[in-house]
Design a protein around this ligand. Structure first.
Ligand code: ADP
Ligand code: MG
Length: 461
């Protein structure tokens, strides 16, 4: 047999052996190598003495049966021999495997260290950049915080993030912590809520014999670090001594070239009784405002939550929630979780009906006007508004007109008759235009993109 043919034959035999032999014999089969096949006798080589003996003793007849079956030769036989060279290469193989295992263990160890450090710095594993949904309204905030994370103390120092509750301040702040730790696990990151800082400060300044030691321990804890993340600084209001301590912490870190990130629900000037010294320090770097996400981003956030939960849902249910919870991501998530819980407990599908019955939102009437729709559409296509509403012909104008009609029907609750009045056309013409676009977006990518982009400009889903 040619060696190519021999190898091929052996691969077939081996596959069949794995098939028929019990699992505990597999470790002896895998290292077997084929040496010859002559007059029905297959010679196999192994580097394992024990493998040779066990296969010979326990599985000899099974192996011969496999040979007979595959070669259709009744005089088949097998010879298994031990070879020290095979043993050497086997040893090399196993050393390679051991090395790989060791490397993997090391990597695992590093990941463990990292997660230990993340918890030591009080970070919540959920609050990473990967889990933050970026849209038009928060893209700037995302980029700024990411660039701080990429180059701590090099760009925006201090970084002061402010905005209403539930908009992602804590999330982005902690994302900086995770990101820096992941890229350089030697960095010392400390996340602290302002209340905890205050309590820590108070308990360490209590009069006692160890007061001096306690204070220096306290100072070391907050200044012997590379990145400090202080959450909800507005709670420091009026606490004079804590503010002085915060000023000391701030100055020490700042002068050592360490990154400072602070969040607050308002700008420094609006924090009551904040010392002028702290106020001016907080304003020294970049003041980054977080604003509520737009409806598309809210929808994307919900989709992400649904995917994480591996949830079966209908899009209109998520759209309903996205439309109705506009000011606060925490409440948006809360609404989603509430519907989820109902779906789970009552074994119902997460659909629009369920969302409506659970959340009972009073949906504001769509405020979108025909004017807004036609304006944006004419702008999108670069056609004159009068042409769009008139009788001008030409492919671009017609498409823009049909699109404006289609969107007027889809995005308002108005009848074809009312729409027809606005466009000064017969209502059958309007119905035809609507139907045409509706059909065509199923197959025409460019057109469905146009729908998406115009809706985006109109800030609707
Ligand atoms: P804040 O600190 O401003 O009060 P949080 O950072 O605690 O708000 O955010 C509230 C919740 O909303 C968190 O669960 C957070 O993960 C989530 N969240 C906020 N913005 C986003 C976003 N853009 N993408 C994903 N989740 C977000
Ligand atoms: Mg917060």
């Amino acid at each position: 047999m040619e060696s190519l043919e021999l190898n091929h034959f052996w691969e077939q035999v081996k596959a069949e052996l794995i098939n028929v032999l019990p699992e505990n014999a597999h470790p002896w089969v895998y290292p077997l190598e084929v040496s010859a096949y002559d007059k029905g006798v297959l010679t196999l080589v192994t580097g394992q003495i024990m493998g040779r003996d066990l296969l010979r003793r326990n599985h000899y007849s099974q192996i011969v049966d496999v040979l007979k079956k595959l070669s259709k030769n009744e005089n088949s036989d097998v010879e298994i021999i031990y070879d020290a060279n095979a043993a050497k290469s086997l040893k090399k193989e196993s050393e390679k495997i051991q090395k790989k295992v060791a490397e993997a263990t090391l990597k695992e160890q590093a990941m463990e260290n990292l997660s230990y450090m993340q918890s030591a710095s009080n970070l919540n594993l959920k609050y990473k950049f990967e889990n933050f949904v970026v849209g038009e309204t928060n893209e700037f905030a995302y980029k700024v915080t990411k660039s701080v994370a990429e180059a701590p103390a090099k760009k925006f120092n201090p970084l002061f993030i402010y905005g209403n509750s539930g908009l992602g301040k804590t999330h982005l702040m902690q994302a900086i912590g995770h990101y820096t730790l992941f890229n350089n696990s030697k960095l010392k990151v400390k996340y602290t809520k302002t209340e905890d800082y205050i309590n820590d400060f108070i308990s360490n300044t209590r009069e006692s014999k160890e007061q001096v030691q306690n204070m220096s321990k306290f100072n070391r804890k907050y200044t012997n670090i590379d990145i400090i993340l202080i959450d909800d600084i507005q709670f420091i209001e009026g606490k004079k001594k804590t503010m002085d301590s915060m000023q000391h912490t701030f100055d020490t870190l700042y002068n050592k070239g360490k990154q400072i990130v602070i969040t607050s629900d308002r700008v420094p000037k609006e924090i009551p009784k904040l010392t002028a010294a702290l106020c001016s320090r907080f304003e020294m770097g970049l003041m980054l405002e977080l604003t509520p996400p737009d409806v598309q981003t809210r929808f994307e956030i919900l989709k992400k939550l649904a995917v994480e939960k591996d949830l079966k849902y209908t899009e209109d249910a998520l759209k309903y929630i996205a439309r109705n919870f506009s000011n606060n991501v925490r409440e948006l998530e809360g609404a989603f979780n509430k519907v989820c819980a109902y779906a789970e407990v009552s074994d119902l599908e997460f659909d629009l009906n369920l969302a409506k019955s659970v959340l009972k939102c009073e949906e504001a009437e769509s405020e979108l006007t025909f004017e807004a729709i036609t304006n944006v559409t004419s702008e999108y296509y670069g056609v004159n508004l009068d042409d769009l509403k008139g009788t001008a012909r030409g492919q671009k104008v017609s498409e823009a007109r049909h699109m404006a009609v289609y969107l007027s029907r889809e995005l308002t609750n108005k009848s074809f008759v009312t729409i027809a009045e606005y466009f000064n056309k017969k209502h059958t013409t309007i119905m035809f235009a609507h139907e045409k676009i509706k059909k065509e977006i199923q197959v025409n990518k460019e057109l469905s993109n146009a729908v998406r982009e115009i809706k985006q400009a109109l800030k609707v889903l």
